[in-house]
Each structure stands twice: as structure tokens, then as C-alpha cells.
Design a protein around this ligand. Sequence first.
Ligand SMILES: [Ca+2]
Length: 340
Amino acid sequence: MFLAKGVCVEERQREGIRTVSLSGRTVLLLGRFRSSSPCGAPCLSLMPMDPSSAMLSQALLLLQCFILTLGQYDNCKSLVSTDDGPIWEYYACQPRPMSMKEYMQIRVEPPDITCGNPPERFCTLENPYLCSDECDASTKELAHPPELMQDRERTGPITYWQTVTWSRFPEPLLANISLSWNKTLELTDDIQITFQYGRPTIMVLDKSLNYGRNWQPYQYYADDCMEAFGMYSKRVQDLSATNVTRVICTDQYSKWVGSKNDKTVRFEVKERFSIFAGTKSKNMYNLYTRMESMKGLRDFFSFTNLRLRLLRPALGGTYVQRDNLLKYFYAISDIDVQAR
Ligand SMILES: [Ca+2]
């Protein structure tokens, strides 16, 4: 017989865990956890109560493990040593990590920041004198609306959202991209933003935990952090368990390397996880334990909304050249947010 204990048992039973009877005794909680289980970990453990059924119990445990492995759910158990020998300790199964790209609602501001209305010519930093490309919102092939940041390209051509060019220089070229999901999410992998024609030289990633009422900076990005934000440039490698939730400025994704060589800007989640979980995230148990015990850690990876504040576009590694402002703009082909 097994004893189930913990604050989540009722919730789990309601969510579909079945109880199996054997020889008139309740022996095992068996079945899949629904992917939206709200439980926190750790919450449930199974402990052998009757030595005579130990062999059978172990067999059933193995069966259960097999079933859990077959189901596409997180591994929510761990073998724990006790005075009575090793036992499986069970944790709340969390929703499966998935790409939240398709579910995000995108809003760009100011409203006239998207190119193509009126139609406009542009060129690229690599081909600054070949300004024959055109953005035209009224022609499907030449339009670059915001939804092209979240479409599935598969093997087709790269599609991207694009802004107007910096024709109003020296007035700054500013664009906000707000992403909302109407629920609280927890990051499980790096946020990746892919820029088509060079990454911004200054940008801020913000987050909100209350559906956009309040915002807080998540990470600053600049080719010169001191000049842009009065901060020293840091990398996530510089962080440790005691300051992992520090908001940093990094120059890692903002210096000019050519628009084709590196298109992505990241918010590093895996690297922060590895501070607790080790390289290749082998010790996720340690991370989950810290998530429960360390104040603010889970909150750090949680959000309801994200916002990109694009503050200065790619400049090609030099100062702004006023004689050709048609090569300065923002273009994003993809925003990927892995979360649960
Ligand atoms: Ca795209």
C-alpha cells in the first residue's frame, strides 16, 4: 500500500490520476498528469507501507515510470535515499515547454513605424548604394507587417517585419514591440530575436508580471553599455547563484559583425539555469529545488508580457552617415519564446 501525501493530491486526483486497487488495497496512483497541473513541487511522494508487497510495489513503480516516460510529460520523479532504502519522490508535473510564438499577440508602436505606407525605398548596410528594394504595404510581396515575426517559414523564404527608415535623423528611430499571452508563463529556454539586416546598437527587453500595467527591464543591450545606459557590460557567465537575477547590460549582441554573420539577440535562460543545474542542465532537480526555495528566482523567469524597445538601429560599425539614411531601420524575422 502506498501513502500519498502533500498539498497537491486533491488537485491531482481531480486532474485525472487514477487509483488502482489490488487485492482489495489501494496501491498506486497511476496515470498521466494533465499538462496544466497548477501544483508546485515538491508535493507528492509514495512510500511503501507493507513490506510483503514490496516486490509487487517495485514492479508497479517501474510500470508507472514506463508510462510516464511514454507520455510526453516532464520527468517528475526522483530517487531519494531514506533510512528505509531508496524511494521515488514525485513532483508536480509541470506543463510541457513549448514555443509560445504562435500564441503571442504582437503590437508595434508607434502605429506608423511599420514601413510601406506610403511605399518607401531602402538599402542595406552591406549594399548602401543599391537602394532599389521597396517596402509597400499594399503589395503582398513587398509588405512587411508585424505578423511576419511569428509566422512559420519552414523551407520557404525568410519573412520579416520592417520599419520605416531613419529619414528623420537626428530624431531617434524608436520602435516598441509588445508581446502578450494573457497568462503567466515561465521561460524554459532562451528568448531569441532574429534580425534580418543587422542587430540594433541599443535595445532594451522589458517584462511585465501584471499584464502590462507595470514594466521592468529584463536586460539591456548596447554596443557601448556605459554610453547608452551608464552600466558596465556583463555577460551571464559573470553571474553566480547569489546574483543570477541581476538585470545586466550586455554588448554581446549589439556590436557590428555583418548582418549575415550573427542575426540573433538572446535573453539567456539556459545559461542562467546552468548556474544551478550544471553544464548541459544535468541536475535539473537542483534547479527546481532552488526555484521553490530561493526568493524571487521563479518570478525572475516568469512574465505575462514582454516588450522590446528598439532604441538605435544597426549602423554598420561606424557613425551615422547622414547622406544615406535609407540603410538604417529595424527588421525582425522571428521572435521565439520557449516557455510553459
Ligand atoms: Ca518570419
